[in-house]
Design a binder for this molecule. Structure first.
Ligand SMILES: O=C(O)CCC(=O)C(=O)O
Ligand SMILES: [Fe+2]
Length: 352
């Protein structure tokens, strides 16, 4: 990734500001009232549910503390992630993503047709993960994704799996809070995930970049799934588009906090009550940066559409239903090549 390849250069209007606005506004929410407890009496957590609801409405992003994921586990994962990426390119490519396995290492992702200044390692949460063979709506064939087994660092896969188990508990708790904040049953969303969720974890490495004013670690995008639970290290870089004024706001790293954002699926389920917010990652000329998002994705055969409880004659469904697995495969297929068209987005299902 040493020399500047025009593939990395952002169009003028999308280039980052070198002196961005720091986030004071992005809410930090304390989850201690629900961690290690089952939510039996919703009235006891009314305040928390309100906080989550307003954060989802105003920002689509928030940070959580006292979230129940052991810090030691996160630190272990951060350490092996650094060890993995510190290897030679040749060694990393031994566990490359390829035609049959979409998990593993790669460094050629494009966002909005511009190459990202990053390398990643993807690992599915459930093995095997069932997904459609292709994005053709009429083809019902399903394939199975499994994870690679890197020999180095020692215990890499075991540490990732242990971490996923903990972060998944947090994901279910957050879904319950979001459901309650929309006036739904706490477990309303569970059925989409309990069997055959397609979630995955991504280890991101953003090497230092001599052209931080031209390139981005990840170009502007919205996350397609239900929720993203992100661990960022102490090097800042994540920027979020503030809904109120459309300005890019930098998310200040808070030790041991997770950054949560609502993805496209929650936007559709909520019929636009909550919106999936655009974000991007800046790179840095001096420091490399690491981050670890967990993408909480439902089963591939889930039909995504506005929930019946949230629509009525005055408030009609704003989206046509779509199949999650087909959507995901379509997106994956287009993120690895430069195309002349924009990739699939939920607004393509919008009812005019
Ligand atoms: O690295 C980050 O802070 C965010 C990465 C991200 O937005 C993504 O991978 O979807
Ligand atoms: Fe993202």
């Amino acid at each position: 990734m040493g020399e500047v390849d025009p593939a990395f250069i952002q169009e003028l209007e999308h280039r980052p500001e070198l002196y961005p606005i720091e986030s004071e506004g992005i809410p930090v929410i304390d989850l201690s009232p629900i961690i290690h407890k089952t939510i039996e009496d919703p009235s006891a957590i009314e305040g928390l549910v309100k906080e989550i609801g307003s954060a989802c409405k105003e920002w689509g992003f928030f940070q959580v503390i006292n979230h129940g994921v052991p810090l030691s586990l996160r630190q272990k994962l951060e350490e092996v992630s650094r060890m993995f990426f510190a290897q030679s390119l040749e060694d990393k490519r031994k566990v490359s993503r390829n035609e049959t396995s979409a998990t593993g290492y790669y460094d050629t992702e494009h966002t909005k047709n511009v190459r990202d200044w990053k390398e990643v390692f993807d690992f599915v949460a459930k093995e095997p993960t069932f997904l459609p063979v292709n994005s053709d709506e009429h083809d019902e064939q399903v394939t199975q994704w499994t994870n690679p087994s890197p020999q180095y660092p020692p215990n890499f896969s075991v540490i990732i799996q242990e971490y996923i188990e903990e972060v998944e508990k947090l994901a279910y708790k957050l879904l319950e809070l979001i459901a309650l904040s929309l006036g739904l049953e706490a477990k309303r969303f569970e059925e989409f995930f309990i069997k055959d969720q397609t979630s995955f974890i991504r280890l991101n490495h953003y090497p230092s970049c001599p052209y931080p004013h031209l390139a981005l670690g990840v170009g502007r995008h919205k996350d397609p799934g239900a929720l993203t639970i992100l661990a960022q290290d102490e090097v800042e870089g994540l920027e979020v588009k503030h809904k109120a004024d459309q300005k890019w706001i930098r998310v200040k790293p808070t030790q041991d906090a997770y950054i949560i954002n609502v993805g496209d699926i929650i936007q559709v389920w909520s019929n636009d009550v909550y919106e999936s917010v655009e974000h991007r990652v800046m790179v840095n000329s001096e420091k490399e940066r690491f981050s670890i998002p967990f993408f909480f994705f439902p089963a591939h055969d889930s039909e995504i559409k506005p929930l019946e409880e949230l629509i009525n004659e005055q408030n009609l469904a704003k989206y046509r239903p779509y199949k999650w697995g087909k959507f995901l495969i379509h997106r994956r297929d287009t993120n690895f090549q430069k195309l002349n068209v924009e990739n699939l987005q939920i607004y393509h299902y919008k009812i005019a």
